[in-house]
Design a binder for this molecule. Structure first.
Ligand SMILES: [Zn+2]
Length: 217
């Protein structure tokens, strides 16, 4: 474990534990990664987040080749690698099976721009078509669904959130679950949300950038 990656490894562990503790990564699901020069760090497969150590975070080259011996990377490493390849401004990726957003994905519903906090995700959140976990097809769907966005729902699966830092990707993943809760409540009450228009979302995104709620200005 190189010294240069120690801080990022620790941050991946703390973000994973926070998401797990909040119930957003049930039963060892989900994965967290961050970009490195020439590759990325990603959570290993099969280890409960409560027991995860910084040294167990797996380092991969940009094409997914493992660097040094170690644990198996998360089964979704292809998706993380594809996002880093296509989105140079993205420095961290969080994938969850957070319950409410995943429920929407199982109905193949995205999240409309009914609350201004959706600006954290860059606008209305798409739900992409189904693909088997761990596949190139799923990775491709995630990249397409993230165009112009920081979050996407994957049908019958879960959520991908990205950011210019682990902190930002974590915040987006958390907010997606919160928006999913609100949207489900609206639907359960038989109410139709009033959707904010693109001009208002652009205003909110600008304010978020000013206030530092969105990194990478
Ligand atoms: Zn998954």
């Amino acid at each position: 474990m190189s010294d240069t990656t120690t801080g990022l490894r620790r941050e991946i562990v703390s973000v994973s534990r926070a998401l797990d503790g909040a119930g957003l990564m049930p039963n060892k699901s989900g994965n967290v990664s961050c970009r490195l020069p020439g590759g990325f760090l990603i959570t290993p497969s099969g280890i409960p987040y409560s027991q995860l150590e910084a040294a167990e975070v797996v380092e991969l080259a940009a094409d997914g080749t493992p660097l040094e011996g170690g644990l198996r990377p998360s089964s979704e490493w292809r998706m993380h690698g594809a996002i880093y390849a296509q989105r140079p401004e993205v420095a961290a990726v969080v994938h969850t099976h957070s319950p409410r957003a995943t429920a929407l994905s199982c109905a193949r519903l995205g999240i409309p721009a009914f609350h201004y906090m959706i600006a954290l995700a860059g606008g209305a959140i798409r739900c992409m078509s189904y693909a088997t976990f761990g596949t190139e097809e799923l990775a491709h769907n995630a990249v397409r669904g993230l165009e112009g966005r920081r979050a996407v729902l994957l049908a019958n699966h879960g959520v991908v959130a990205v950011g210019a830092s682990l902190r930002e990707a974590h915040a987006v993943a958390f907010e997606v679950e919160n928006l999913a809760l609100q949207y489900l409540e609206l639907r359960a009450a038989g109410l139709d949300p009033v959707v904010l228009d693109d001009a208002e979302l652009a205003t909110v995104i600008e304010k978020f950038t000013d206030y530092g709620r969105i990194d990478g200005r």
